[in-house]
Design a protein around this ligand. Structure first.
Ligand code: MG
Length: 358
């Protein structure tokens, strides 16, 4: 788990860490204390044959290469969410799911993750243990392994508790061509569920709402949902998770990449009443609020009904909806047909609406 070649299965037993302990600078020294931290917290949860090789890098089996797979997908993500724990999740679940989802958005099957931890001196070991257990739980749900990692410690005041960087590797089955550049005139656009839950849940956890809410983050690994979707709609053109910048920004990116027009139906956009109410009070538009467990799928019209049924058959897609369609014009633009029948341009998010949301 470190660049100092520290054995995960050393013959020397680690000094047991107490749950009342805090991170100290020595935990990042690369010496005995780092070893103890790795053994007691990380190896305890993440142990697997690839990680336990104890070398500078993990040597990985590529199960899909024998099954007509020539390409891999790689993605990396830094996580700086504040607070570290929020309704429905924590930074650990977010770090695993965010990377699993980004790899899945190419139609790849994620297999392996790496994780880098930047810890601030004074951080509670008990919180680290909770976060690492949450990562393990999310990795088990996604059926991915964490195969390499690194731990560094910075002085008190030089970071905000904990930052996590994750990198993911997945395998792209041959013949699969999914990306933001493939949307075509006539395609149907669907979203797997309600919009804006994550961003509002994190704001609520910060106490920034000024009122009580039951909104939970939607943070979840979407790879199994996407497997179902692609079995039902194998010619899916685009998959993308509308994270920072929300649905509106993500669709603008796709409209530009594919040089197509996108027309959304406002009445079809799924937004929870509580999220809408919070957005009204704060002056936010839920179409720009971050999601961490939703996917936008752009599918040929002939496969749209099958795709929708497949998404709805999975717990993370039960509220899936067709929300609009792709047109040839206006190229690079997203238009919203409002509930009163007017049409307006839906632009990208400008500036930063909600900092440190993921
Ligand atoms: Mg993404």
């Amino acid at each position: 788990m470190s660049d100092e070649k520290i054995s995960l299965q050393s013959a020397i037993c680690p000094m047991p860490l107490s749950h009342t302990d805090q991170i100290v600078i020595g935990h990042g020294s690369g010496g005995r204390m780092t070893h103890d931290l790795i053994q007691s917290v990380f190896a305890k949860q993440f142990s697997n044959p690839a990680l336990d090789q104890n070398n500078d890098a993990a040597s990985l089996n590529i199960p899909s290469l024998s099954q007509s797979c020539q390409r891999i997908a790689v993605s990396t993500d830094c996580h700086i969410v504040s607070p570290l724990f929020f309704p429905g999740g924590d930074i650990g679940r977010l770090a695993v799911c965010g990377t699993v989802n980004d790899v899945s958005m190419l139609g790849a099957k994620p297999h392996y993750l790496t994780a880098g931890f930047i810890l601030e001196e004074g951080f509670a070991i008990s919180d680290l243990i909770k976060i690492v257990a949450s990562m393990k739980q999310a990795a088990d749900e996604a059926v991915v392994q964490i195969v390499a990692g690194d731990t560094k410690v910075v002085e008190k005041g030089k970071a905000d508790g904990l930052f996590i960087t994750t990198t993911g590797v997945g395998f792209i089955p041959d013949g699969r061509e999914i990306g933001g550049e493939y949307a075509q005139d006539g395609d149907q656009i669907m979203v797997s569920g309600t919009l804006g839950d994550h961003g509002i849940a994190v704001l609520a956890a910060r106490g920034d709402l000024g009122f009580e809410t039951t909104i939970q983050s939607d943070v979840a690994p979407l790879n199994h949902l996407i497997d179902l979707l692609l079995s039902a709609a194998p010619h899916t053109h685009v998959l993308r998770d509308p994270t920072r910048g929300g649905l509106a920004t993500t669709l603008n990116e796709i409209a530009v990449q594919s040089q197509v027009g996108i027309l959304l139906q406002e009445q079809e956009l799924p937004v929870r009443d509580e999220v809408r109410a919070a957005c009204n009070i704060l002056g936010f538009d839920p179409l720009y609020v971050a999601n961490e467990g939703k996917v936008i799928a752009i599918v040929p019209a002939a496969e749209a009904e099958e795709a929708l049924s497949a998404m709805r058959s999975h717990p993370y897609g039960k509220d899936a909806r067709i929300i609009g369609k792709v047109n040839s014009t206006p190229a690079g633009r997203v238009l919203l047909k409002t509930t009163i029948g007017a049409t307006r341009v839906l632009d990208m998010l400008s500036g930063s609406m909600l900092p440190r949301i993921c």
